[in-house]
Design a protein around this ligand. Structure first.
Ligand code: ANZ
Ligand code: ZN
Length: 815
C-alpha cells in the first residue's frame, strides 16, 4: 500500500499530459465527436494566480472534464488579457517597459496553471498585448469606423484624476473609478466612442435567448440598458426660434408642469440664460462641476438651482412657466431638459418647495395634497385639471395625450435608453493604438488594413508617467506620419483603446489562434461557436459581458459569425473569502494559493473549492478543510489501489449490494453535475468510496468484480475534481490511457430499483422510531434523517450529547 504523495502525483501526471498533449481539441474534420466550447474568463497577469483564480478554474474544469468524459470534442482554451494599467504603473515604478512585467507574470501564471492541472488546450494560447493580437483590434476598429459605429465627439466625460485617463460609464462604480477607487470627475474632452446605443433594443430583445444565464445577471443588464417608454414633447422658449425637446415617461401629467429645468451643464442653459442672470448662472455652474452624477442625483441631496430669466410655453395649455437650471437634471440623459411636475415627481417637488414654485395636482390618487405634505404622489389615479384628459386613467391618458401632441406636431411617443455610447479612448500607453491618422485636409483617416498593426513605440519608465495626455504624444517620430489619402503631413491619434475591446472578441480568436487573414477564421468559429458554457465573475455584468454581446452582434451583421449571442450558458462563481471577509492586505487575511497547494496538494485544494458549496456561493476558507479533502483522496486512492480483479472482468457476478450503490451514484452524479450541484456530486463520491472500502474490508473482498466497478466509477467521477488522483488510481487499476477519456458511466436501470431497509432509531437505548432508508445510505445522511424525526425530537431537549450511527440499520442517540 503506497502513501498518498500529491506532489509526486502532480509531477508525474503533469509531465504525461504535456508529453501527450492530452487536452488538445481535435480539428480533424473526420472526428465524429460533437464539439463543445468551454470558456473561463481569461486572467489579467497581475502576479501569480490567487485563490479566486483557483476557484473559477476548478469549477470551469469540472464542466470541461465532464464533457470530455461524455465523449465531446471539447475546446477549453487559455490566454491572457495582458494590456492594462497595472503593468504600466509597475513599469513607471521600476523604470522598465510594461512588457517585462506583463510577460514575466504570464509565465508565472502559465506555470501555475500547469501545476494546477487544468485541462487546457495550450496550443491556442494568446496574449492580447501581442501585436499579432492587437492588430485585429485595429482591423475591427476600422470596420466599426466604416459602419459609423466608431466616431469621435466632444462632451463631458468621466475622468479619473488618479489614473489620469477617461473612463467609460461602465467603469464608474458609485461615482468612483472601478480600478483605483478615486472619485471620478467630469471633463470636457473629444473622445472616440463605439455606438453601442444602436444595439440597445437588440441587446434587450436577445436576452430571450439567454435562458442559461442567471436571472440576477440579466436583471443587471436590463437595468443598465434602462429602456423606458414615454413621449418627446416640444416646448417653445420665449425668444428662441427652435423649440426644445424634453423626454418624459409621464406625458399624462403635462397639465401639471409648472416649471421647466435645463441641466446646468447643458449647452442650452448657457445659450438661453439672460444677461441679468448670467453671473448667477456661471457661479452655480462652477460650483456643480465638482460633483459626480451620483452626488447630483442623490435624492436626499438639498436641491440647488438658478433661474435663467426665461419662460417656456406649456404646449397643451399655453401657460408661461419659468425656466431654471439645476444639477438634478443630467445633460446627457434624454434631452438634458425636463418639464417639472412637482405634484407627482419627488425631485421636482423638493425643488418647487425650496424655490417657491407652484404645485398643481393633475392625478387624483386619494392621497393628501403634495404641496402640503411635501410627499409627491407618483402613482396612478384619475386625471384631473387636465382638459381633455380629465376622467381618464394613466394608460388611457398617455395614449390620448400622445395622440393630441402628434396631431399638433408638438410631440411624439418615444422610447428612451439609459445606456450611453461606449467611450473607448484612453490616455495611457499599454493598450492598442487607435489606428486613425488626423490630417488637416482629409480629417480622420483610418490606417489602411495592410499597414496594420500600428505597433506601440518603445516607451518606458518616466515617459509613461500619467500627465493627462497620452504618453504616445511624446513619441514625435511615431506621431508624425504621411496622410494615407493625400500624403500630406499628418498625425497619428495618440490614444489607446479601452482594454475591454481586447476581451470583447478573444473567445473567437481561440477558434483559430494563428489565423493571419482576419481576426478569426470564420469557418472555425462556425464549428466551435457559440460558447456552450462561460464561467466568470458577476463584476463583469455590465462591462465585459455587455460589450462582448455588442461585438458579437456587430460581427453577426458583418456576416462574420452566424450567431448573435456569444455565451449560451453563464455561471458566476462566488468569491473566496476568509473569516467571513474578503481577503485583503489591510485585514491580513489573505490565503496564498501556491502555499495551499504546497501544503495539501492540488487535488485537495481543488476538491475543497468544489465541495465547499454551490458554485455561485462564496467560500469561506476559514470554514473548509483541505486537510480533510486530502484524507479523503488518500482513502479513495487506496481503494483504487487495492482492487485485485483484472480489468475487463465481468461485473455481473459482483456483489449486487455494492453494484446498486455504484449505479445509484452514477445516476445521481450525472443529474447533479448537469444541474451545477458539483458539491453534492462530490458528497456522492465520498459515499461511494466508503461503500467500496466496506466491501473490501467486510464484504466479498478486493477480488469482487463489484469492487472494481465501484473503483473505476470512482476514478472517472473523481477526474472532474481531482484529476491527478484519478489518473493515478486509473493506472493502478490497470487501465491504460488517460482517465479523462475513460467514458462517463451509464447507470443500469435494473440496478436502480430502490430497495429499503428498516433502520431503528434509539434514544437512550429505547427504540423511538423506525425509518425506511436506502441500504447504501451514508452516515451523515442517516444521522440527519434520524434527528429530523418528530418522534425522536419529542424525546430530546437541545442538541444530543452523542449520536452513534451504524448505517443503514441503527442510530443510537445519547440525549
Ligand atoms: C415628467 C414627469 C412626471 C416625470 C412624473 C416623472 C414623473 P426614466 O424612467 O429613467 O427614463 N428626466 C428626463 N430627462 C432627465 C434628465 N436629463 N435628467 C434627470 N431626469 C430626467 O425617467 C424619465 C423621467 O426622468 C422623465 O419623466 C423626467 O421626469 C425625468 F410624474 O417627466 B418625468
Ligand atoms: Zn490628408
Amino acid at each position: 500500500m503506497s502513501e498518498y504523495d500529491p506532489q509526486a502525483l502532480q509531477a508525474k501526471w503533469q509531465q504525461r499530459w504535456e508529453e501527450q498533449d492530452t487536452f488538445r481539441a481535435s480539428e480533424d474534420p473526420a472526428d465524429p465527436r460533437e464539439r463543445r466550447y468551454m470558456l473561463d474568463m481569461f486572467p489579467y497577469p497581475s502576479g501569480d494566480l490567487h485563490m479566486g483564480h483557483g476557484e473559477v478554474f476548478a469549477i470551469g474544469d469540472v464542466v470541461a472534464r465532464y464533457w470530455m468524459q461524455q465523449g465531446y470534442n471539447v475546446l477549453h482554451p487559455i490566454g491572457w488579457d495582458s494590456f492594462g494599467l497595472p503593468a504600466e504603473n509597475a513599469a513607471i515604478k521600476r523604470n522598465a517597459h510594461p512588457a517585462e512585467w506583463t510577460y514575466a507574470n504570464i509565465e508565472t501564471q502559465a506555470n501555475s496553471f500547469r501545476r494546477y492541472g487544468i485541462a487546457f488546450d495550450w496550443s491556442r494560447r494568446l496574449h492580447t498585448s501581442d501585436p499579432d493580437y492587437y492588430r485585429w483590434n485595429q482591423w475591427l476598429f476600422n470596420r466599426f469606423f466604416e459602419r459609423g459605429l466608431a466616431y469621435r465627439k466632444g462632451g463631458l466625460v468621466n475622468w479619473c484624476p488618479n489614473d489620469q485617463t477617461v473612463l467609460a460609464n461602465e467603469q464608474v462604480v458609485a461615482g468612483k473609478c472601478e480600478r483605483c477607487g478615486a472619485d471620478v470627475i467630469r471633463r470636457e474632452l473629444t473622445q472616440w466612442y463605439f455606438k453601442i446605443t444602436d444595439y440597445a433594443q437588440r441587446l434587450l430583445d436577445d436576452m430571450a435567448q439567454l435562458d442559461g444565464w442567471p436571472e440576477r445577471l440579466l436583471t443587471m443588464q436590463r437595468n443598465w440598458i434602462g429602456r423606458s417608454e414615454g413621449a418627446d414633447v416640444l416646448f417653445e422658449i420665449e425668444g428662441r426660434d427652435e423649440p426644445v425637446h424634453v423626454y418624459t415617461t409621464r406625458p399624462d401629467t403635462l397639465f401639471g408642469a409648472t416649471f421647466f429645468v435645463v441641466a446646468v451643464d447643458a449647452a442650452l442653459a448657457a445659450e438661453i440664460v439672460t444677461d441679468e442672470q448670467r453671473a448667477a448662472y456661471e457661479a452655480y455652474r462652477a460650483e456643480t462641476a465638482k460633483l459626480s452624477d451620483i452626488e447630483r442625483l442623490a435624492t436626499d441631496k438639498e436641491k440647488t438651482g438658478v433661474f435663467l430669466g426665461r419662460y417656456a410655453i406649456n404646449p397643451v395649455n399655453g401657460e408661461r412657466i419659468p425656466v431654471w437650471a439645476a444639477d438634478y437634471v443630467l445633460a446627457d440623459y434624454g434631452h438634458g431638459a425636463i418639464m417639472a411636475v412637482p405634484a407627482h415627481d419627488q425631485r421636482d417637488l423638493d425643488f418647487a418647495l425650496k424655490f417657491e414654485l407652484p404645485v398643481k395636482v393633475v392625478v387624483h390618487t386619494g392621497l393628501a395634497d403634495p404641496g402640503e405634505t411635501g410627499e409627491a404622489t407618483p402613482g396612478e389615479g384619475v386625471l384631473v385639471n387636465s382638459g381633455p384628459l380629465d376622467g381618464l386613467d394613466k394608460t388611457e391618458a398617455i395614449a390620448k395625450i400622445i395622440e393630441v401632441l402628434e396631431v399638433d406636431g408638438r410631440g411624439t411617443g418615444a422610447v428612451n435608453f439609459r445606456l450611453r455610447d461606449w467611450l473607448l479612448s484612453r490616455q495611457r500607453y499599454w493598450g492598442t493604438p487607435i489606428p486613425i491618422i488626423h490630417c488637416p485636409d482629409c480629417g480622420e483617416v483610418p490606417v489602411p488594413d495592410e499597414q496594420l498593426p500600428v505597433t506601440l513605440p518603445d516607451l518606458r519608465g518616466e515617459a509613461l508617467a500619467p500627465k493627462g495626455v497620452s504618453p504616445l504624444a511624446s513619441a514625435t517620430e511615431w506621431v508624425n506620419v504621411e496622410c494615407p489619402k493625400c500624403s500630406g503631413p499628418a498625425k497619428r491619434d495618440t490614444d489607446t483603446m479601452d482594454t475591454f475591446v481586447d476581451s470583447s472578441w478573444y473567445f473567437l480568436r481561440y477558434c483559430s489562434p494563428g489565423f493571419n487573414d482576419g481576426p478569426f477564421d470564420v469557418e472555425q468559429v462556425r464549428k466551435w461557436g457559440p460558447i456552450d458554457q462561460y464561467v466568470g465573475g458577476i463584476e463583469h455584468a455590465v462591462l465585459h459581458l455587455l460589450y462582448s454581446r455588442f461585438f458579437t452582434k456587430v460581427l453577426h451583421d458583418m456576416g462574420m459569425v452566424d450567431f448573435s449571442e456569444p455565451f449560451l450558458r453563464m455561471l458566476n462563481q462566488g468569491q473566496v473569502i476568509n473569516g467571513g471577509k474578503a481577503m485583503s492586505k489591510s485585514l491580513g487575511n489573505g490565503v496564498d494559493l501556491g502555499k495551499q497547494i504546497d501544503d495539501f496538494g492540488v487535488d485537495a485544494v481543488r476538491l475543497t473549492m468544489v465541495f465547499a458549496g454551490p458554485p455561485e456561493d462564496d467560500i469561506d476558507w476559514a470554514d473548509v478543510s483541505p486537510a480533510a479533502s486530502q484524507k479523503f483522496l488518500a482513502r479513495a486512492l487506496r481503494v483504487m489501489s487495492e482492487v485485485t480483479s483484472e480489468p475487463g472482468v465481468s461485473f455481473d457476478d459482483g456483489d449486487p449490494e455494492l453494484r446498486k450503490v455504484t449505479h445509484h451514484t452514477i445516476d445521481e452524479a450525472t443529474k447533479l453535475v448537469d444541474s451545477y450541484r458539483f458539491n453534492v456530486a462530490v458528497a456522492r463520491m465520498m459515499e461511494l468510496t466508503s461503500a467500496a472500502r466496506k466491501a473490501i474490508d467486510t464484504g466479498r473482498g478486493p477480488a469482487d468484480p463489484a469492487v472494481r466497478e465501484a473503483a473505476e466509477t470512482l476514478a472517472i467521477l473523481l477526474s472532474l475534481v481531482a484529476p491527478y488522483t484519478a489518473e493515478e488510481g486509473w493506472e493502478r487499476l490497470g487501465r491504460t490511457g488517460s482517465v479523462s477519456f475513460g467514458g462517463w458511466p451509464v447507470a443500469d436501470p435494473a440496478l436502480l430499483v430502490q430497495e429499503s431497509v428498516t433502520c431503528v432509531v434509539q434514544v437512550a437505548g429505547k427504540v423511538r422510531d423506525r425509518l425506511e432508508v436506502p441500504p447504501g445510505i451514508g452516515e451523515d445522511e442517516l444521522r440527519e434523517l434520524a434527528l429530523a424525526s418528530e418522534k425522536v425530537a419529542s424525546y430530546l431537549r437541545g442538541t444530543p450529547r452523542k449520536v452513534i450511527v451504524r448505517a443503514p440499520k441503527l442510530v443510537n442517540i445519547v440525549p
